[in-house]
Design a binder for this molecule. Structure first.
Ligand SMILES: [Zn+2]
Ligand SMILES: [Zn+2]
Ligand SMILES: [Zn+2]
Length: 250
């Protein structure tokens, strides 16, 4: 199982439009130092699953038929904006598994085009996609949001964004398992900053103590936290994700 982080930014990304700080100037000059909308690609046994669809160039990155499907965490714009463009093409239907959220995002659910939305997942209802076991987990966010536990040939990794902490029932579920090989978690803010809908470093450290993952990779990184990361080391065991970072298990 291999997870590639395609985007590791918060909604505004890096560079932040209109910001003239040194880090935004650097990200503008060298795109690989920037952060695209938060998304990832999971690959296993010849299959490819796109996690969230916030990138605006999906049609160039993924030829028709090259994805087994897409898996959405939730319907906030920065996680689905790439679908607005993609849906009108004559491509074969693409399964898009997503949380049940009747509001969706704008008219996506009303006019799906080639997207085959499947809003039937629920917390702790494990399902299987070509040998990959997927367990949806409730998150704490401003609209229905699911994180995902992936299990493949005894290897486990969790992709948890967007969330502030975890609901007790999601935490208990993960704590009942052997430690994760990798935890990829939403961390938008630096130490001492309390967000409304996203983890900061303090919440992530609490979760790490509770879950004891073998490695923890931070994603959904906000502008100010990105700047903090250029100037401070992270506590032991934590890694800052970056665009195109690959995380392999097994
Ligand atoms: Zn987001
Ligand atoms: Zn800036
Ligand atoms: Zn969100």
């Amino acid at each position: 199982m291999r997870l590639t982080l395609l985007g590791t930014g918060a909604a505004g990304g890096m560079p932040l439009y209109g910001c003239d700080c040194a880090d935004c100037r650097q990200a503008l000059a060298e795109p690989k130092l920037g952060r695209a909308p938060c998304s990832a690609l999971l690959e296993w046994g010849g299959h490819r699953l796109l996690l969230d669809a916030g990138l605006m160039d999906l049609h160039r990155r993924f030829a028709p038929g090259s994805l087994t499907g897409m898996l959405l965490t939730h319907f906030h714009v920065d996680h689905v904006q790439g679908l607005f463009h993609l849906r009108w093409g004559p491509a074969a239907p693409i399964p898009v598994w997503c949380p049940s959220d009747p509001d969706g995002c704008a008219d996506l659910l009303k006019y799906p085009g080639c997207l085959d939305f499947r809003p039937e997942m629920a917390h702790d209802k494990t399902w299987q996609l070509h040998d990959l076991h997927i367990t949806p987990l409730d998150m704490v966010h401003s609209r229905p949001t699911l994180g995902y536990l992936f299990e493949y040939h005894g290897r486990r990794l969790a992709y948890l964004t967007d969330t502030k902490g975890l609901p007790a029932h999601s935490l208990v579920l993960l704590q009942a398992l052997p430690p994760l090989e990798a935890l990829v978690i939403d961390c938008s803010f630096g130490p001492g900053v309390e967000g409304r809908n996203h983890n900061g470093l303090d919440q992530v450290m609490t979760l790490c103590a509770q879950l004891q993952p073998a490695r923890t990779v931070l994603t959904h990184i906000g502008h100010d936290f990105h700047r903090w990361l250029q100037r401070h080391p992270l506590p032991r065991g934590l890694e800052a994700g970056y665009d195109d970072m690959a995380i392999a298990t097994g």
